[in-house]
Design a protein around this ligand. Structure first.
Ligand code: FES
Length: 112
């Protein structure tokens, strides 16, 4: 099973974390299964951007992003070339290193 290393995030996992999840699971599901409660406002139906993650290692092992995901990502806070919507990014065999952005579009609206 692939290992996902999550870089420290002040709210979700201050010390960072390392989890394993089955191939075929979305990154979002894997995080939630391990009590890393990333936002997923649209219930993983590719209709918000709150589950945005940046895949620092292993990006190419994931399924290719559909156009719908790419369009939504354009609106995500802190977009980077390695950005994915975690509910749409499906684990293959390879290990990943991911970063959860500090804010989501919801936070950005509320606080900034
Ligand atoms: S949870 Fe809304 S796009 Fe992933």
């Amino acid at each position: 099973m692939p290992v996902i290393k999550i870089l420290p995030h002040p709210e979700y996992c201050p010390a960072g974390a390392e989890i394993t999840a089955a191939t075929g699971t979305s990154i979002c599901e894997a995080l939630l299964d391990h009590h890393i409660n990333i936002e997923h406002a649209c219930d993983m139906s590719c209709a918000c951007t709150t589950c945005h993650v940046i895949v620092r290692e292993g990006l190419n092992s994931l399924n290719v992003a559909e156009e719908e995901e790419e369009d939504l990502l354009d609106r995500a806070w802190g977009l980077e070339p390695q950005s994915r919507l975690s509910c749409q990014a499906i684990l293959a065999q390879q290990n990943l290193v991911i970063e959860i952005p500090r804010y989501t579009i919801n936070h950005a609206k509320e606080n900034h």
